[in-house]
Design a protein around this ligand. Structure first.
Ligand SMILES: [Zn+2]
Length: 186
């Protein structure tokens, strides 16, 4: 049986679908929070691969790959989250559970406009971690965590620009400098 990652329940999971990002991006988070993406631990549980010490996390190669490890516990991913928090001014200690991280990120904004857009950084980070993981696993690519912040910034900027009517005046440089300023003025 799958052990859901999100302890806070189905209501929070439903709210995921109101995020201002493309449905396929939401779908990845939705599956991940239910522990239903094909990480190696899940493939072993389903009997699709045999347990093998070489089948470890593609980022750090030290631990069996699970969603909990890949998206949160891995030193590589922790650096990515810290970078996102620094960029967005989010003051948060990474919790021990991925579901709790999602819960905290959804709970911390009081401002109405910020609440509307709060999921965008979560989705961008999860998406970039997963797609780079797949580049390593399926295309044997080498990735650097130095590239991740740029990828997160550019993909979230594209989503925001698309939903915001692609108005001029909000350059990528402005987004990199202060995304909340763009969101609040948008
Ligand atoms: Zn790792």
């Amino acid at each position: 049986m799958d052990q859901p990652i999100l302890d806070e329940g189905a209501d929070l999971l439903r709210k995921l679908w109101s995020s201002f990002v493309p449905p396929r991006i939401i779908f990845l988070s939705w599956r991940m929070l239910q522990n239903r993406i094909p990480t190696i631990d899940q493939l072993i549980v389903r009997g699709l691969v045999f347990s093998d010490p070489h089948l470890s996390c593609p980022f750090c190669s030290t631990t069996l790959e699970s969603s909990q490890h890949l998206f949160l516990e891995c030193e590589f991913s922790r650096n990515v989250w810290h970078n996102v928090f620094t960029w967005t001014g989010i003051r948060l200690e990474l919790p021990s559970s991925l579901g709790h991280l999602f819960f905290l990120l959804r709970s911390m904004f009081l401002d109405k406009v910020k609440r509307k857009w709060r999921d965008i950084f979560w989705h961008a980070t999860i998406w970039v971690l997963w797609t780079n993981r797949n580049e390593i696993v399926f295309r044997n690519k080498t990735v650097s965590h130095f590239d991740f912040p740029y990828q997160i910034k550019i993909i979230s900027w594209h989503w925001w620009m698309y939903r915001n009517g692609c108005r001029p005046g909000f350059t990528f440089a402005a987004w990199c400098f202060d995304p909340w300023l763009c969101i609040l003025r948008g």
